[in-house]
Design a protein around this ligand. Structure first.
Ligand SMILES: NC(=O)c1ccc[n+]([C@@H]2O[C@H](COP(=O)([O-])OP(=O)(O)OC[C@H]3O[C@@H](n4cnc5c(N)ncnc54)[C@H](OP(=O)(O)O)[C@@H]3O)[C@@H](O)[C@H]2O)c1
Length: 237
């Protein structure tokens, strides 16, 4: 199948990494269903934008049904929507615990389950999860973020689990684990500090993560991979 016929779903698409992934897929000839809570609905023939909270099963159903009804299939799902809430462990509230679980795990679970249902019918598909290198795998003493660690670490684990579960069904499951990326998630006054966390001495740019997603998308013998895009941070200090 040529990329002109392929259909991708991207969550967390209104800004930052998700918006970059949407634009790259459109450039490559994909038809795209993009979702986030506050997305502006633009009219483009190959792009459908859906406003909704992806942590809710109803939004996940709407996203998948729209892809199927308007574009006929689901080839690729990029689970990009995510929340980051750094603070000391004992200061997290019950409500913050529920929110992080809903967005980072529920936002992955509901739409992935429905997408895999479509992919099984097609006997093909690819899921890419945007997780985290620094917080999930190289915890920082100076930036405690345990609820991001437990949720993004969980998505790293399920990436490998689902890759194995569906390896013989034509469905690949991979992850991109970014270091600190220059997006609206980080205010500019933190950039010097964040740049120094990477052996390369700089923050990542959105295109660094987008390149990794597209690399995995075009790598048919790769599944269960967690691709670190972090200027060497995962390798050491
Ligand atoms: N930037 C980094 O340094 C970094 C590092 C490691 C991992 N990551 C991960 O990369 C992903 C993208 O990060 P980013 O830096 O691009 O973040 P961002 O600029 O804050 O953008 C987050 C996107 O997710 C959407 N979103 C948040 N909660 C949502 C929900 N419940 N339902 C639907 N959409 C939701 C937001 O749109 P709405 O507000 O319109 O919903 C927005 O489009 C996240 O999963 C993040 O954890 C980022």
């Amino acid at each position: 199948m040529s990329s002109e016929e392929k259909v991708a779903i991207v969550t967390g698409a209104s800004q930052g990494i998700g918006a970059g992934i949407v634009q790259r897929f459109l450039t490559k000839g994909y038809r795209v269903v993009a979702c986030s809570r506050k997305i502006a609905t633009k009219s483009q023939p190959n792009l459908i934008e859906i406003a909704g909270d992806i942590s809710q099963p109803e939004t996940a159903s709407r996203v998948i049904e729209t892809a199927r009804e308007r574009f006929g299939r689901v080839d690729t799902l990029v689970n990009n929507a995510g929340a980051f809430l750094p603070k000391p462990f004992t200061e997290y509230t019950e409500s913050e615990f529920a929110t992080l679980l809903q967005v980072n795990l529920g936002g992955f679970f509901h739409v992935s389950q429905r997408a895999i249902g479509e992919m099984l019918r097609q006997a093909s598909g690819h899921i890419v999860n945007i997780t985290s290198s620094l917080v999930a795998e190289q915890p920082l003493k100076s930036v405690p973020a345990a609820l991001t660690a437990i949720t993004k670490g969980g998505v790293n684990a399920i990436t490998r689990a689902l890759a194995i579960e569906y390896a013989d069904k034509g469905i690949r499951v991979n992850a991109v684990a970014p270091g600190a990326i220059r997006t609206p998630m980080h205010s500019s006054d933190t950039h010097v500090f964040l740049a120094a966390l990477h052996p390369m001495g700089r923050m990542g740019d959105i295109h660094d993560v987008v390149d990794a997603v597209l690399y995995l998308e075009n790598a048919p013998f790769i599944t269960g991979e967690i691709l670190h895009v972090d200027g060497g941070a995962n390798a050491g200090r």
